[in-house]
Ligand binder design. Structure first.
Ligand code: COA
Length: 201
C-alpha cells in the first residue's frame, strides 16, 4: 500500500499548491528505531494527547508483535517521496458499524520536517485513504488548544471542523490544558473543491 497526496487549491480551505508529496505505508520492523525517536522527541511529547513513559527498543519490539493483531488500529508511516520516514499517522478505534475512526499525526524524530507542509499533505493523504479506500464516514481527533500548527494543518488547511472544547482536560507541562475536539465527515471531504489537476482524487 502506498498513497500519495498533493496539495490542492480550494475556495473553502487555504492550501499551498507548492507543498510536498508524502506517502503513507504500514509500519515495518525496520521502522522501530525511527518510531522510538519520534515518540521520544520532546517537541512531539509536549503536544500529543496521549502520554507514555519514554520508549526503549525492547519495548518497541514487544509492542510491534502484539500491535499486528489489533484489528481496529492501523498505524501508517509518513514518508517523503524519496522514502525517508518523517512521521506517523493512522486509524485508531475503527468502528465498522458506525464507520468512524480516531486519527492523529506526529512528525519529527530524526529530521527537521515540521512547518514545511508535510503535515497538511499527510492529513490529506490519510483522508483519501480513510474515505475512498477504507470507506469510513467520519474521522475525529483531539488537539491541545494551544497547538497552533496542528489546528492550522487540520482545520484551516484541510477542511476539518472544531466540534467542542473539553476544558482543562489534560495535565501537561505542569498545568491543565483545554482539548479541542475536531472532526471531518465524508460529506465535508466530498464538498472540498480539490485542485484542477485531479491530483488527490
Ligand atoms: C502538528 C503537525 C502534525 C503539523 O504538521 P506540519 O508539517 O508542521 O504542518 P504544516 O507545515 O502542514 O502546516 C502548519 C501551519 O501552521 C502554521 N503554524 C505553525 N505554528 C503555528 C502557531 N503556533 N500558530 C498558528 N499557526 C501556526 C504554519 O505557518 C503552517 O501554516 P502555513 O502553511 O499557512 O504557513 C506537526 O507540526 C507535528 O507533528 N507537531 C508535533 C506533534 C503534534 O503536535 N502532533 C499533533 C497532535 S494533535
Amino acid at each position: 500500500m502506498s498513497m500519495t497526496s498533493h496539495w490542492s487549491r480550494s475556495r473553502e480551505v487555504t492550501v499551498n499548491e507548492s507543498g510536498p508529496v508524502v506517502e503513507l505505508r504500514p509500519v515495518e520492523r525496520d521502522d522501530l528505531a525511527f518510531m522510538k525517536a519520534l515518540s521520544n522527541d520532546p517537541h512531539v511529547r509536549e503536544r500529543v494527547v496521549g502520554w507514555d513513559w519514554p520508549l526503549t527498543m525492547a519495548g518497541q519490539e514487544a509492542w510491534f508483535t502484539t500491535s499486528l493483531q489489533n484489528p481496529t488500529t492501523r498505524r501508517l508511516i509518513v514518508q517523503t517521496a524519496e522514502g525517508q520516514p518523517i512521521g506517523l499517522t493512522g486509524l485508531w478505534d475503527v468502528d465498522w458499524r458506525n464507520r468512524t475512526a480516531l486519527t492523529g499525526l506526529k512528525l519529527g524524530g530524526t529530521a527537521d520536517v515540521r512547518n514545511r507542509g508535510y503535515g497538511t499533505s499527510a492529513i490529506r493523504a490519510l483522508m483519501d485513504f480513510a474515505f475512498l479506500d477504507v470507506g469510513l464516514n467520519r474521522l475525529y481527533s483531539t488537539i491541545f488548544a494551544d497547538n497552533g500548527a496542528s489546528h492550522a494543518a487540520y482545520v484551516r488547511k484541510s477542511g476539518w471542523t472544531e466540534e467542542g472544547r473539553l476544558r482543562e482536560h489534560v495535565w501537561r507541562g505542569g498545568r491543565y490544558v483545554d482539548l479541542i475536539q475536531i472532526g471531518i465527515l465524508r460529506s465535508d471531504y466530498d464538498a472540498i473543491p480539490w485542485d484542477d489537476h485531479g491530483d488527490t482524487r
